[in-house]
Design a protein around this ligand. Sequence first.
Ligand SMILES: [Zn+2]
Length: 285
Amino acid sequence: MGAELETAEPESQPRTFGMMVELFHGGDVVVLSGAGLSTESGIPDYRGPSGLARRGQPMTYQAFTGSAAARQRYWARSHLGWRHIGQAVPNRGHHAVAELGRRGLLDGIITQNVDGLHQAAGAADVTELHGSLHRVMCLACGQRTARTDLHRRLAAANPGWDAGPALINPDGDAVLADDATASFRVVDCLACGGVLKPDVVFFGENVPRPRVEACYAMVERARSLVVLGSSLTVMSGFRYVRHAAKVPVPVVIVNQGVTRGDAYAAATVDAPLGQVLTDLVTALP
Ligand SMILES: [Zn+2]
């Protein structure tokens, strides 16, 4: 399959764009979206074309569950990060995807993003592969609650706490000096007093198996798989591209910069997501 398109000259893009229009026109498309779709909403993509490394080390599941000090650091940083992520609004790329859904062209959306912006744009049938920062779960009783509620509780428990401006990561984590986190007060589950964790898949943690299998089944039923804004660095998303190519279900990748899945793609479009998706909606009958 068109591996030669990987290094295609820019003039070949109308052809690959045309292929994408044809695939969407045929319907039954499954979308796999990543951080590149949310950059136009002001959420940084640390694996994007800028090539900038992530700011600071991500929290691992083992560190989070194993140490109260690690949880204090995490929640202090995340409390700051939420001011940024929680206020982000969907961009024209998210709105275009929602419109494709309303036109009945999508079989489902698998997103690696934890920002909730597909749903905020009105999209249905969204599977959040890595969970959502908009929810919090209790590790003891399993109850899920809204992040906005936790944000209010953390703000109330930490009056006057302000670590100043911080660098924000796309997973809602922020970089703070340790002395700024040492005074931060963490709150526990209101129902049982258990430890609260954002309802996202941490590094060192697996995507729940039923969710993984449901996405494999979705890809197998699809007429095509279209990747939007992911370099497919993380195996949790990349495996669906590999699987689609094996079935085979044609894969189109729209991303700024090369991706790990390019060799599996029937076509690649290297362009800003918001513009391409808006053009796509316009080009469809
Ligand atoms: Zn609980």
